[in-house]
Design a binder for this molecule. Structure first.
Ligand SMILES: O=C(CO)[C@@H](O)[C@H](O)[C@H](O)[C@H](O)COP(=O)(O)O
Ligand SMILES: [Zn+2]
Length: 363
């Protein structure tokens, strides 16, 4: 058998690097794949970037998300930021090469999206700048690094994930990055099977899957989808004011959880003997059909405080009739650095007024 020493050495070194990575990256890889799937399920997109061989990796990942990896599934949104030479040359020429990815993140990134940042040294300035811009926009970072993780490692926050290859050779690090790309894509393929997304509706999961009564299940489903927005209410007879307010609430983050008062808890509010008009199952079904609502749940307590404490939302929202200081759970959310908003009503509508009108028109 003829062997080539250079090839043997490269293959041996690559295998060694892959074996060490298998030992060290199992846990962060599991978090990264779970989080990537959750991001895509929430309608978030993936932006990817890197230089040289890593720009190829960024493109490789995006192509397999947009098209497919090994099995048929819906198309998924991903853009490699190293592909448009007009955009790249304009930014590099008018600003600087350090800004080529950051500027595109500012143009395309939305809260809850993922930036996959490839850098074997962890020090490429344009990748570092892209990470900073993505963090400002409420995106999370999946950093694919090597060596000691460089500057990138120090920039990452608690919401970010680093897959750092334990090697010091750029080539070996890139070789393991490619294995990670394929392993991530296999997890994405498995999560987005044709069964989950039937051919008749390839983009919208069925609305009944948004109704999660069990708070543990809800916490698992939305825990990674941050910034997480929470609101609550009775929502007995849905009207235009509700729809507008929920759309504005959703725009504040990457996922909106809506908790409705149970029928028993509505009765305790003393709105009238015949309230709620619509039982909780019906109210939840109608709300789950709204595009702005990611999950609907129910609470039986007098206030949603226990649920807010469990989910730890980043943004807590009520309608404009609630001043911030009276919003239940406000101090718990603010203590974690979250925001509490009272969204002014743009349409003066109320369920009680609607009901009076209907009753008044009875023959
Ligand atoms: O592919 C290779 C080396 O294998 C090179 O093109 C390499 O990617 C370039 O030198 C990059 O500029 C290195 O950047 P980084 O990995 O340190 O961020
Ligand atoms: Zn290379």
């Amino acid at each position: 058998m003829i062997r080539n020493n250079a090839l043997d050495a490269a293959l041996r070194a690559s295998i060694h690097s892959k074996e060490r990575s298998a030992e060290m990256l199992a846990a962060p890889f599991a978090s990264a794949s779970t989080r990537l799937v959750a991001t895509l399920r929430a309608g978030g997109q993936v932006l990817s970037c890197g230089n040289g061989g890593s720009s190829g990796d960024a493109q490789h990942l995006a192509s397999e998300l947009v098209n497919r990896f090994e099995s048929n599934r819906m198309a998924l949104p991903a853009i490699a930021l190293s592909t448009d030479s007009s955009v790249l040359t304009a930014i590099a020429n008018d600003a600087s090469y350090a800004r080529v990815f950051a500027r595109q993140v500012e143009a395309l990134g939305k809260p809850g999206d993922c930036l996959v940042a490839f850098s074997t040294s962890g020090n490429s300035e344009n990748v570092v700048e892209a990470i900073r811009s993505a963090q400002v926009r409420g995106m999370w970072i999946l950093a694919m690094t090597g060596r000691d993780g460089g500057q990138i490692s120090g920039l990452l926050g608690s919401a970010d994930i680093e897959l750092r290859i334990p090697d010091s050779s750029t080539a070996r690090i890139q070789e393991v990055h490619l294995v990670l790309i394929h392993a991530l894509c296999a997890e994405v393929d498995a999560a987005f099977t044709e069964t989950d997304f039937p051919a008749t509706d390839q983009t919208t999961p069925s609305f009944s899957s948004k109704i999660l009564r069990d708070w543990d299940t809800l916490q698992q489903a939305c825990g990674y989808r941050r910034p997480l927005v929470f609101t609550n209410g009775v929502f007995d007879v849905l009207h235009r004011g509700h729809v507008q307010y929920l759309a504005e609430a959703r725009a504040e983050g990457a996922c909106l959880v809506l908790a409705v008062n149970s029928d028993a808890s509505v009765r305790r509010l003393g709105k009238g003997a015949d309230r709620p008009i619509n039982p909780e199952d019906d109210r939840m079904a109608v709300l789950a059909a709204l595009q702005s609502v990611d999950f609907v749940t129910v609470f039986d307590e007098d206030t949603p405080l226990p649920l807010i404490q469990k989910l730890q939302p980043d943004v807590l929202i009520k309608g404009g009739d609630w001043p911030v200081e009276r919003i239940v759970g406000a101090s718990a959310v603010q203590a974690r650095g979250g925001r509490v908003l009272s969204i002014p009503f743009r349409h003066q509508r109320s369920t009680s007024a609607l009901l009076e009108k209907i009753r008044g028109s009875r023959p």
